[in-house]
Design a protein around this ligand. Structure first.
Ligand code: SF4
Length: 249
């Protein structure tokens, strides 16, 4: 029996039944089930965007010791670090912070420069790999379930996500409690519950990421238009963290 078979607790039919029930419930129902099923073997992976802070607030109301993990790429905006501090004060929780391997960062910079990502999509993917994907893969090796703030209407491959998915490459469950929510619903939740959020959202940043790779968008622009805006292929605008082929089934 392989490791993934040991950790795979639900059959395809059971998963389909779970998802069918969750589609008509709310994200809190999903989080309650996650807490009951996985306990401290589940973690919310957060880039501290609006979806993530709303989700953590819901999760914390269910379990004040709910885990939250983030990736510090070492290139985040100052406003994001400010939010980390506010968040820890508000929820009295330690943010489990993952960092890139410094030897790998050093070697990449030595070979290609500090701002290599502006010099071609391959360089950008390499930087995302070193600073985000590798540390995330390492961190996820130790959990049974990871919770994300992905929504279907964010476009790209996200349109087909399920609320609960078996994540074969990581050998665990990927949970997307906000899959069927809109941005407006997230915003309403944050406002109604006084959830601390990144002030960049009020300056035209619907999507947050590293400082050199994220800009504000104009009204009417696609919500991901501010990410790697110098690249012409809209289908390439993923950093590799949520590639659906790699993260579902
Ligand atoms: S978003 Fe930009 S700076 Fe951040 S890891 Fe990706 S390429 Fe590097």
């Amino acid at each position: 029996m392989t490791m993934s078979e040991i950790k795979q607790r639900f059959s395809a039919d059971e998963l389909a039944e779970l998802n069918s029930g969750f589609e008509s419930g709310g994200p809190e129902d999903v989080l309650r089930w996650v807490d009951d099923t996985f306990g401290d073997q589940a973690v919310l992976t957060s880039s501290f965007g609006l979806e993530d802070v709303a989700l953590y607030d819901m999760y914390w109301r269910i379990n004040e010791k709910a885990r939250v993990m983030t990736l510090d790429t070492l290139r985040l905006p100052t406003e994001t670090y400010t939010l980390f501090d506010q968040f820890q004060l508000r929820y009295r929780v330690e943010i489990e912070t993952q960092y890139p391997d410094l030897d790998a960062v050093r070697a990449m910079i030595k070979e290609k420069g500090f701002n290599l990502f502006y010099k071609g999509i391959e360089n950008r993917k390499q930087c995302c790999g070193v600073r985000k994907v590798d540390p995330l893969n390492k961190a996820l090796a130790g959990v049974d379930a990871w919770i994300t703030g992905l929504r279907r209407d964010q476009g790209m491959d996200r349109g087909s996500i399920e609320i609960v998915e078996w994540d074969e490459p990581h050998g665990n469950y990927k949970i997307n409690p906000l899959a069927n929510w809109t941005f407006e619903q997230v915003r309403e939740y944050v406002d109604a519950n006084g959830v601390p959020y990144n002030e960049l959202h009020d300056r035209g940043y619907p999507s947050l990421g590293c400082a050199p790779c994220t800009r504000a968008i104009e009204p009417g622009e696609d919500i991901r238009a501010g990410r790697w805006w110098w690249e012409s292929d809209p289908d390439a605008k993923e950093c590799g963290l949520h590639i659906v082929e790699a993260a579902t089934r």
